[in-house]
Ligand binder design. Sequence first.
Ligand SMILES: [Zn+2]
Length: 141
Amino acid sequence: MKLNVTGYDKTAKKYVTADALKKVSNGNSKGYFETEVEYEDASDPIVVKFKNTTYINNTLTGKDKQDVEDHEKRHFTDFKKLAEAMKKGAEKALKAGLDPQIKERVEWLFYDRCVTSAAFHREGGGYSVEICSKPDSKRPA
Ligand SMILES: [Zn+2]
């Protein structure tokens, strides 16, 4: 059984209006880092496809723009690390002949993404702090 995880290590950047931003992000008007995932765990190879998009308000300039770019880049870097760890965990399980638990790993990845993001926002202040709901499943080893 093989595992094919793609897309987690890149992000598309989109410069959009504040209205468009608020729509995709549930209220942020400056910037937003979005991750979508699709997976097929009954196939061989198992396929996990991530799609990252960084949205930046297209009216920002100068330092304001740079600050938002840096902020969203941190979200992307944090996510990339978490996704790499998730990939490694699934590969390790497969190698050991165990169920890779893709569904659970994806749930926990998004939970970890939320917790990491909340911690980053607490450092800086001024950004909304998210409520992260823990998956019902047991965290895969
Ligand atoms: Zn943020």
